[in-house]
Ligand binder design. Structure first.
Ligand code: GTP
Ligand code: MG
Length: 462
């Protein structure tokens, strides 16, 4: 009898093989729970057929300029006052909360770049969970290239953390770059984890738990940073994450002492300002420029100094010669021959480069198109254009930046050519901007910048 009881006790105290298998290390369970939570959060924030987290009516606005900057902050911290100060665009500002109810767009031109500024309604704690119109507001901020978190220096600094949490909870990663983790799904072979640095925040069980939660049974995971579970989840959830730089605009410094101001300067990525008085707004713009990381490319007409007044501004993520050409006119790439570049992006000054070359800030670039050679007949046109005469901006650009080269020495009467503003020597001098009337003249039809005339010139020369 006693033996039976003992057997029963033994049976109860020893778990079954299935239970043993099911038992997982604590880190596995922690990873599983974090992954489950991240999935649920994403489902909550993903708009389901027209409702939910997307930007609603009056919130999303047409994007203009090369980059956009959104203002996020509690109500009445001075966002609209700052907007009016930076752009000259009036945005209603008042001493009561929730003065701004929709997105108010404006524009600032800085270093030749047109930057869109979006004044947004104030948000409150719980915004990401749908309080107020918080989700719509943060959804607009999530599509911006830079966010100004505007804080009132008279309010507790804990407000900064609250706003950061709201943005983080919405998938915005502040002043961070994507974690250096490469995840490759496979068809078979199980999970293969390699790490090039010691992992102090995560172990293999946790990684496997997260991958299992996302139904990844076969994958290569290459970790090249001391990653956390959240980093791994961010890589898996990459589609719903936005890595956006942030500047903390610490507003209303007119109401604090110099000693307090000194303390504010210690906060990283912060800029103390007074939008009402316009104090230190210049520094804010400088910081904005640095964070936006834009690339200015100056165009250079042949035989002339580069045009420093109107750079072509590109984003650093799309700054190849092809992007440069496309930002001027999409037809340029079709006729592209080579670009001559001076500046930081090239080893030799100047250097001939192709479409895939990446340009650097303050580079100087001249684009050459495929040449048309007409050696018979009256006029020799070495380079020609297909610009539409009606498209004035393109015509201007082309003539100023890649001028038609004309050898008029052997055919066109020197005096007549001079009266048309053409060079008459044989050195293939750049052709100045042609007047439409002159362009229509029969004698000079071949010299116009439109395609019809070019065809005529080719026929006449044949
Ligand atoms: N002392 C001081 N007051 C300021 C400053 N900037 C704004 N204010 C005042 O703060 C109040 C709120 O300004 P708004 O610009 O309307 O604030 P907001 O953040 O746009 O507010 P909501 O649209 O409600 O979210 C107004 O009474 C402004 O005059 C500043 O630099 N110093
Ligand atoms: Mg406002």
């Amino acid at each position: 009898m006693a033996t039976t009881v003992d057997k029963q006790r033994l049976f109860i105290s020893v778990p079954s093989p299935q239970a043993l298998l099911a038992r997982r290390p604590v880190s596995y369970i922690a990873g599983q729970l974090k992954a489950k939570l991240a999935k649920l959060k994403r489902e909550l924030l993903t708009p389901s057929s027209g409702s939910g987290g997307g930007a609603g009516v009056g919130f999303d606005v047409a994007r203009t300029g090369v980059a956009s900057v959104g203002f996020i902050g509690f109500p009445s911290v001075g966002k609209s006052t700052l907007m009016s100060r930076l752009t000259g665009q009036h945005s209603e500002a008042a001493a009561y909360e929730f003065t701004t109810l929709t997105t108010v767009p404006g524009q600032v031109v800085y270093n030749g770049a047109k930057i869109q500024i979006l004044d947004l309604p104030g948000i409150i704690q719980g915004a990401k969970d749908g309080k107020g119109r918080g989700r719509q507001v943060i959804a607009v901020a999530k599509t911006c290239h830079l966010i100004f978190i505007v804080l009132d220096v008279n309010k507790p600094l804990t407000d900064k953390r609250v706003i950061e949490n709201e943005l983080e909870g919405f998938g915005i990663r502040i002043n961070k770059s994507p974690p250096n983790i490469v995840l490759k799904k496979k068809d078979k072979g199980g999970i293969n984890i390699t790490a090039t640095v010691p992992l102090t925040h995560i172990d293999h069980d946790e990684i496997k738990a997260v991958l299992a939660e996302y139904r990844m049974a076969n994958a290569d995971v290459a970790i090249r940073c001391d990653a956390t579970v959240d980093d791994l989840i961010d890589v898996i959830e990459a589609k719903s994450r936005s890595y956006i730089p942030v500047i903390y605009a610490l507003n209303k410094i007119d109401a604090i002492s110099i000693e307090e101001l000194d303390l504010l300067y210690r906060i990283p990525n912060a800029c103390p300002i007074s939008s009402e008085h316009g104090w230190n707004v210049d520094e804010l713009l400088e910081q904005m420029w640095e964070k936006l990381n834009l690339v200015r490319v100056y165009t250079k007409p042949k035989g002339k100094m580069p045009d420093y007044t109107a750079p072509v501004v590109l984003r650093s993520t799309a700054c190849t010669v092809e992007d440069f050409c496309n930002s001027i006119h999409k037809t340029i790439v079709e006729q592209f021959k080579l670009a001559i570049v001076y500046g930081k992006s090239v080893k030799h000054q100047p250097q001939r480069v192709g479409l895939s070359h990446e340009l650097a800030d303050e580079d100087i670039s001249a684009v050459l198109k495929a040449s048309y050679g007409i050696h018979k007949g009256a006029i020799s046109v070495k380079a020609a254009y297909t610009a539409n005469e009606d498209d004035h901006s393109l015509g201007d650009w082309e003539v100023h930046n890649d001028p038609v080269l004309v050898d008029t020495s052997n055919a066109v009467d020197a005096a007549e050519a001079r009266s048309l503003g053409l060079e008459t020597n044989s050195t293939m001098a750049p052709l100045p901007l042609l007047q439409p009337a002159a362009a229509r003249s029969a004698r000079t039809r071949a010299l116009t910048t439109d395609q019809t005339s070019l065809k005529y010139a080719l026929q006449a020369a044949a």
